[in-house]
Design a protein around this ligand. Structure first.
Ligand SMILES: *Cc1c(COP(=O)(O)O)cnc(C)c1O
Length: 428
């Protein structure tokens, strides 16, 4: 399969090239040249397929023959070796729990798949360094995905005092081929340092990005929409997905699943106060804004990078987009209120991101009561322990994945500025 740049000024790339490059040379995102729907029989009999078989059917046209079938199946098996349950919340609202992976956020699926693809393409064992800036979830998922992948080192930059204690533990206790750098600054400073390093010809290592726009992180996110359908097929109602969105990669993968023939009636992009897309749907003009800090901080994005792919999927036609896609935005006060409501009425503990997704589902149902809404629970509540415990006045049980890191000693190096980062990268 070939991929073209959405800026249309770069050569086409194979799957392998697109995964290695991340971004095309004209800075455009890669997009698959064709999307062929899966046969009707596949959907009819989906409940007889294992998750691994479903994932293979879904991804194979996008990989083509660039990874041998047997190897691709192995990669899939390792990527999705945990549960993706749909749990009912109310009569018409269910949640798809995407937090049963090693770092307890949905990003595990994309990060693990990408890590294994790069490992496969790196067979000559050329030493590569994945350099990644994180505001919390991404770093942990990427680092965990690449743990022990041969020929690849991971260096994570995270802002001092700006990630939760549990997130910091997840970043700093992996050892092996993973190093953590604690940056004196905020997330944007980490991001700027990473960008600078990629352009710096004095750095002797081969640097690679594990950014969320990489097709190998984006495309496997289609899998869980199919897993949800497999579980909900017998409901006999049209399905709607409400996706708590930041960079809009997850929801964009859902729309790809729909293009492959998955019967989804509508998508709701549920956001926090960062409502650039909502305003676009209202006014028809896309105005990126600086991000605003909220309690659902993994979605604090003022200029969602994947929205351009969504527009492409709807032929850059806003009316087509509006037919299948809505966006709603919620404040922190509303988010906390939803967390309380769901805890009191359904005895279910939501994290702030899931709560935004729940609100989106509820709002859509007001106008469309005859549908079945599934919102994505993108992280386990333990990852946002302070907000969850304070809002619900409860103690959250610590799951096994977190227990295994919580008593380990954090190992990191402090870095104050770009020169120190450069010295670090060249000294290893
Ligand atoms: C990354 C993230 C999101 C946003 O996903 P996008 O694909 O960027 O829209 C939502 N919730 C959590 C917990 C995340 O880590």
């Amino acid at each position: 399969m070939n991929y073209y740049s959405l800026h249309h000024k770069a050569p086409k790339a194979s799957f392998k090239e697109a995964v290695i490059n991340g971004l095309a040379s004209d800075k455009g995102l890669y997009f698959p040249e064709s999307i062929t729907p899966l046969p009707a029989g596949f959907f009819k009999n989906i409940e007889y397929f294992s998750n691994e078989e479903i994932a293979f059917e879904v991804i194979k046209q996008f990989v083509g023959d660039e990874i041998p079938e047997k190897k691709l199946k192995e990669i899939i098996t390792e990527t999705i070796n945990f549960d993706f349950p749909v749990v009912p919340i109310t009569e018409n609202i269910s949640t798809l729990e995407l937090f049963h992976g090693p770092t307890m956020a949905f990003k595990d699926v994309g990060a693990r798949f990408m890590a294994r693809c790069l490992g496969e393409f790196n067979k000559e064992n050329r030493e590569q360094t994945i350099l990644v800036a994180t505001s919390g979830d991404t770093g942990g998922a990427v680092a965990n995905g690449f743990l022990n992948v041969k020929g690849v080192d991971v260096v994570i930059l995270y802002p001092d005092g700006k990630v939760s204690d549990i997130q910091e533990k997840q970043l700093t206790t992996l050892d092996q081929n993973i190093s953590a750098l604690k940056i004196d600054g905020v997330f944007d400073d980490c991001q700027d340092m990473v960008k600078k390093a990629f352009l710096d010809t004095d750095i002797k290592r081969t640097l690679t990005s594990a950014n969320s726009i990489n097709i190998a992180r984006w495309l496997p996110q289609m899998f869980y929409f199919f897993f949800a359908y497999k579980q909900m097929k017998n409901k006999q109602k049209e399905l709607v997905f409400s996706v708590p969105s930041g960079n809009f990669g997850n929801i964009c993968a859902g729309i790809m699943a729909q293009k492959l023939g998955l019967p989804i009636k509508h998508f709701v992009a549920a956001t926090n106060a960062n409502n650039t897309v909502l305003n676009y749907l209202k006014d028809g003009v896309y105005i990126p804004k600086p991000s605003k800090a909220t309690i659902s901080n993994a979605m604090d994005v003022g200029n969602p990078s994947n929205f351009i792919r969504i527009q492409e999927l709807f032929d850059n036609n806003i009316n087509k987009l509006k037919n299948s896609f809505s966006s709603f935005s919620y404040s922190d006060v509303e988010t906390k209120k939803a967390m309380k409501e769901v805890y009191t009425e359904s005895n279910y503990v939501l994290d702030p991101h899931g709560a935004v997704g729940y609100l989106g589902a509820k709002e859509y149902l007001k106008e469309n009561p005859n549908t079945q809404c599934i919102f994505l629970e993108t992280a386990h509540p333990v990852k946002f322990l302070d907000v969850v415990e304070e809002t619900l006045n409860i103690e959250v049980n610590i799951p096994r994945q977190i227990k295994s890191v919580i008593h380990k000693e954090k190992v990191f190096q402090k870095v104050r500025n770009y020169e120190e980062l450069k010295a670090y990268l060249n000294s290893q």
